[in-house]
Design a protein around this ligand. Sequence first.
Ligand code: ZN
Length: 84
Amino acid sequence: MSQFDFAEAFEQARTAPDVTDRATGLEEADRIGGVALVQARLHGQGAEFCADCDEPIPDARRKAYSSAVCCVDCQGLREGRRNG
Ligand SMILES: [Zn+2]
């Protein structure tokens, strides 16, 4: 998935004139970007709970990285996974 696909799906959903389209669109955005990312966008801030382990994300991290959707530990795991 790419951030662009998610942003596009989210924006289409958010601006849909019909509430059913909006709900369907948000589900689609969920599928692409994950629930945490949708929640984060809707609230204009980072996710409150880690998308991977459901631990609360500290306020300081959410302020520093407004788009963070997972905790420091899981972020490290994600990046480690990506690198090899
Ligand atoms: Zn985590």
